[in-house]
Ligand binder design. Structure first.
Ligand SMILES: Nc1ncnc2c1ncn2[C@@H]1O[C@H](COP(=O)(O)OP(=O)(O)OP(=O)(O)O)[C@@H](O)[C@H]1O
Ligand SMILES: [Mg+2]
Length: 150
């Protein structure tokens, strides 16, 4: 577990960028927190760092999913807030995501389809900024965070 203070949205983006080099094919990052917590902001920082350019990263609020072609594998960005039922994830290409990596806003909407092995990132208000809590679920993530986040 690891807790970070994010004073502004730049810090939130920067945390996403720091997570980008850790990401491997098959990884799942669950972005948790209330409406407006900063989930998309973090995803944007991560996606832009992974792609190495200022790719436009729209919120998948209405599309529910956006796919990006990363240098080594595809990256899926989900926002499941508007998902009506958990089984509907199959219509979003959920089963192909193991060939790449997935960032998932409102992950609990996926119910039992949410992989048990993942990194949970909780975002909550902290003064004018946010506090991030990184909680590895399953093997491997803690070591990677310790190695790469210093
Ligand atoms: N560390 C921070 N401090 C202050 N504001 C922040 C911080 N991180 C992000 N924000 C701001 O919070 C607002 C909401 O961010 P964002 O859209 O990323 O939230 P979200 O969690 O994706 O919301 P939703 O649940 O609606 O998808 C944006 O204006 C963003 O710039
Ligand atoms: Mg969002």
């Amino acid at each position: 577990m690891r807790i970070l203070e994010l004073a502004s949205d730049l810090d939130t983006r920067a945390l996403g960028a720091r997570l980008a080099p850790l990401l491997r094919r098959g990884d799942v990052i669950a972005l948790r927190g209330d409406l407006g917590a900063g989930k998309t902001t973090l995803a944007r920082g991560l996606i832009q760092a992974l792609l190495g350019r200022d790719e436009e990263v729209p919120s998948p609020t209405y599309t529910l999913v956006q796919v990006y072609e990363g240098p080594s594998f595809p990256l899926w960005h989900f926002d499941l807030y508007r998902l009506e039922e958990a089984n509907d994830v199959h219509e979003l290409g959920w089963d192909e995501t193991q060939d790449g990596a997935a960032l998932i806003e409102w992950p609990d909407r996926a119910g039992r389809h949410l992989p048990a092995h993942r990194l949970d990132v909780f975002l909550e208000n902290s003064g004018e900024g946010r506090r991030a809590r990184l909680e590895p679920q399953g093997e491997g993530w803690q070591e990677r965070l310790d190695e790469r986040l210093g």
